[in-house]
Design a protein around this ligand. Structure first.
Ligand code: ST9
Ligand code: ZN
Ligand code: ZN
Length: 367
């Protein structure tokens, strides 16, 4: 059973509908109708109520300072499992990692509960291949709320299943760490995401158990979800498009700071196989890059792919919105006729061009 099966309505409901709900044409069911998954709605309502209570406990001084610091540190550390792990390593193959690093990142990613790596990566590759179409699980054309969190409370559009089935996942199926995490997720995830952060403040500095639950577990989790979701919502609406003005994704510094370097989203959609997920900026707005560079120094990460300045310059000149320092003059004459160019989900996508592969720079090459 997958995490989504655990949280979503039971398949039996759907089968039942097929017998009783004959007035809705079959093909229409998964279109734009909001087939609400009430179990998820209730879970999110509880999470947010508990989070507000957590804030209140901090505000009235009922929370130890160490508990607040711990919650922040736990968020930041688990975020690395999502950014450096699920995102740049597993979804985009932007670098390679030896098994101790993969195990560590899978552990951190489990602490973050954003679905297991396999499910996270499948949705994310499909998002990159079919961005802002019906096949995109969090299609930003359906509005801020849908792309932010609404998509997690309704059944997916049928195109997500249909087109999503064409995206290659065989590399993950061959990774024993990913498959082990998938198999054990429903037991290990609640322990690492909720029980562990609620238990540590009680055991180590005598925090009140309920305070620990509301602040260390609930508040911490909800805030890190919102920071992550901003990449799908805000960074598809507000910001510059220095690399490709024809796509929805934007470069948004606020999101980059909140999401540990994942807000340079216009760049990222154009070059999803860059391990930095950004061209400019430094470690302060990209802690995930700092972690990968550090791991590469000790041989745990290798084959770090980045885009050459030449490639960036060409792309900026061809499709940028003029906000990039390279950009001089923009020709808008073909604006109405332009279609997004050859989207790829990452390094091993068969649609990557030979030219791109040749021009890519690979650091810490495996010998
Ligand atoms: C969460 C994820 O929050 C957030 C992802 C954000 C991504 C952002 C990326 C940006 C970079 C990273 C930034 C990190 C920053 C970190 C900062 C931290 C401080 N393709 O899904 P099901 C098939 S999770 C192909 O159940 P329903 C497949 O066969 C939050 N096929 O569909 C599947 O079966 P199986 C916590 C696909 O019934 C079957 O369909 N988690 C695809 O419509 C059924 O799939 C939740 O809240 C596809 N893409 O249900 C869980 N998808 O899996 C919420 C599906 O057996 N999820 N198939 O192979 C659910 O409950 C359900 O998925 C649902 C849809 C109700 C939303
Ligand atoms: Zn995106
Ligand atoms: Zn991505």
């Amino acid at each position: 059973m997958t995490a989504s099966a655990f949280l979503s309505d039971d398949k039996a409901i759907e089968e039942n509908m097929e017998h009783t709900d004959t007035h809705i044409p079959r093909g229409k069911r998964r279109d734009y109708e909001w087939q609400i998954v009430w179990r998820n709605v209730l879970a999110f309502v509880y999470l947010h109520a508990a989070t507000f209570y957590g804030f209140y406990l901090i505000f009235i001084g009922k929370t130890k300072l160490l508990t607040v610091i711990f919650a922040l540190a736990f968020s930041a550390i688990s975020a690395m499992g999502v950014t450096a792990g699920a995102h740049r390593l597993w979804a985009h193959r932007a670098y390679k990692a030896r098994w101790p690093l993969r195990l560590f990142l899978a552990f951190l990613q489990t602490m973050a509960f954003q679905n297991h790596i396999y499910e996270w990566v499948r949705d994310h590759r499909v998002h990159h291949k079919f961005t802002e179409t019906d096949a995109d699980p969090h299609n930003a054309k359906r509005g801020f709320f849908f792309s932010h969190m609404g998509w997690l409370m309704v059944r997916k559009h049928k195109e997500v299943f249909e087109k999503g089935a064409s995206v290659d996942m065989s590399d993950l199926e061959k990774d024993p760490i990913v498959m082990f995490q998938k198999k054990t997720y429903l037991v290990v995830m609640p322990l690492l995401c909720f029980i562990l952060p609620a238990w540590v403040p009680v055991a180590l500095w005598g925090e009140n158990p309920w305070t620990s639950w509301y602040v260390g577990a609930m508040m911490r989790y909800t805030i890190s979800l919102h920071f992550t979701w901003l990449v799908n919502s805000a960074a598809h609406i507000w910001g510059n498009r220095p690399y490709d003005k024809y796509i929805g994704a934007t470069d948004n510094k606020t999101v980059a700071i909140c999401a540990f370097g994942e807000g340079w989203h216009n760049y990222h959609h154009v070059f999803p196989w860059d391990y930095k997920a950004a061209e400019l900026g430094n470690y302060s707005t990209n802690l995930s890059t700092a972690l990968i560079d550090f791991a590469a120094k000790y041989g745990l990460a290798y084959d770090l792919k980045t885009v050459s300045v030449e490639m960036i310059r060409k792309r900026v000149a061809r499709t940028g919105d003029g906000s990039h320092p390279f950009n001089k003059k923009i020709d808008d004459s073909d604006d109405d006729h332009h279609h997004p160019e050859n989207p790829v989900w990452g390094w091993d996508d068969e649609d990557m061009t030979e030219e791109e592969r040749k021009l890519a720079e690979i650091a810490h090459k495996h010998k």
